[in-house]
Design a protein around this ligand. Structure first.
Ligand code: PLP
Length: 394
């Protein structure tokens, strides 16, 4: 059949061509060099202790596949136990496991919010939160990142409207590396009768007492409607728990479509996650080292005149402003042996194209020093114009 009889296929090919031409094509290339985009913050994904516990779980659990959704034969004591233990870790009454953080956020938001409701959402929230809000049909009010005066104005403006109100935020923003002031947000929620939903994806395991997250650190974990903890980042595993009251858990078991209509992950994964949480709880020394590495990197970058954002976490942005400069810097850093990618609008606001360094405990002080030197070199080369042609190739 000729391609002009298949307009959809042409459209797909055209879009890919355009993405390639604009330097926006995503690929599955394996990263080379020192990784600066791993979320495996505590290096648990390759920790021999976690590997051993996972092998043990495979031996000890009855079957390696679950055989169905949790509601249709796929439930097991392994998942029940993992949820109970995770709730204790998160400091909530209950927890329910989803097969990914994406599924957790989409399932949660599309279940609790309805078209009559209003969701107040930080402009830098993750795609999974955005998609969950969209799917719920609720009205969305996006407030500029971290602008709580504006959020309060918006809450005020919608004071007399019917329907439930939600404030939705990440606790550690994945592109900016800064923290949401959860105490302040909880107080706003209280004043305006809005429910708080927080996503701890980049904080769990790394921040809070025993790595229990920032909601636990701010002591708002029980007050929030739901706290989402993912297991694919610092916990070195996969999936996510929505941590909440027992009543909300029961509601999600009934209404969260990404839970109801999806096969339960294999029971041994529950064993792996339980082990990862036990290990993560005891990793205060690693958390301190990671915080120290991040502090050093920020200080040295700022000392060299770079803008490294306002955050204080293990995620360190280096603002290049223009797409061309971000691409050129990324290319130079790759030549210097660092696996890093440029992040550009619309993922981040216009004029703030950047490199994003995601630090893990596997990185050494020496590598941090070399990274700063490589950034200085990249800036020098782009300033001298030698990278202009390189950027146009990107
Ligand atoms: C803030 C945030 N929430 C949720 C997710 C999705 O989690 P998962 O990768 O487990 O689907 C991510 C993933 O990058 C994230 O950064």
């Amino acid at each position: 059949m000729a391609s002009n009889e298949r307009p959809l296929r042409e459209r797909i090919a055209r879009e890919l061509r355009e993405r390639r031409e604009n330097g926006l094509l995503r690929t599955l290339d394996l990263p080379g060099g020192i990784s600066l985009y791993s979320n495996d913050y505590l290096a648990l994904a390759s920790d021999p202790r976690l590997r051993e516990e996972t092998i043990r779980a495979i031996r000890e659990t009855g079957r390696v596949g679950s055989g169905g959704s949790r509601l249709l034969g796929g439930n097991s004591e392994d998942w029940e136990r993992a949820e109970m233990e995770f709730a204790a870790f998160a400091g909530t009454e209950a927890a329910i496991y989803f097969s990914s953080g994406y599924a957790a956020n989409v399932g949660l938001l599309s279940a609790v919010a309805r078209p009559d409701d209003i969701v107040f959402s930080d402009s830098l929230n993750h795609a999974s939160l955005i998609d969950g809000i969209r799917l719920s049909g609720a009205r969305k009010v996006i407030y500029p990142h971290g602008d709580f005066a504006r959020l309060e104005e918006e809450l005020d403006r919608h004071r007399n409207e019917r329907g439930a109100k939600f404030i939705v935020t990440e606790t550690l923003f994945s592109m900016e590396g800064d923290f949401a002031p959860l105490g302040e947000l909880a107080a706003l929620g209280r004043r305006h009768g809005a429910e708080l939903i927080v996503d701890e994806a980049h904080a769990v395991g790394v921040w809070g007492p025993q790595g229990r997250g920032l909601a636990a650190a701010a002591e708002i974990e029980k007050e929030a409607l739901a706290v989402v903890h993912t297991c694919g980042k610092a916990l070195g595993s996969a999936g996510a728990f929505v941590c909440s009251s027992r009543v909300l858990k029961e509601y999600l078991v009934n209404r969260a479509r990404t839970f109801v209509f999806s096969t339960a992950p294999p029971p041994y994964l529950a064993g792996q996650i339980r082990a990862a949480v036990r290990l993560a709880r005891g990793m205060d020394a690693e958390r301190a080292r990671l915080a120290e590495l991040a502090r050093t990197l920020r200080e040295e970058l700022r000392g060299q005149g770079f803008s490294a954002g306002a955050g204080a976490s293990q995620i360190v942005p280096v603002i290049a402003e223009t797409n061309e400069r971000a691409l050129a810097w990324a290319e130079i850093l790759q030549e210097e042996g660092f696996a890093v990618r440029a992040i550009r609008p619309p993922t981040v606001p216009e004029g703030t194209a950047r490199l994003r360094f995601s630090l893990t405990v596997a990185i050494t002080r020496d590598e941090i020093e070399r990274l700063v030197e490589a950034c200085v070199k990249a800036r020098r080369r782009t300033n001298s114009g030698s990278a202009r042609s390189m950027a146009s190739r990107g």
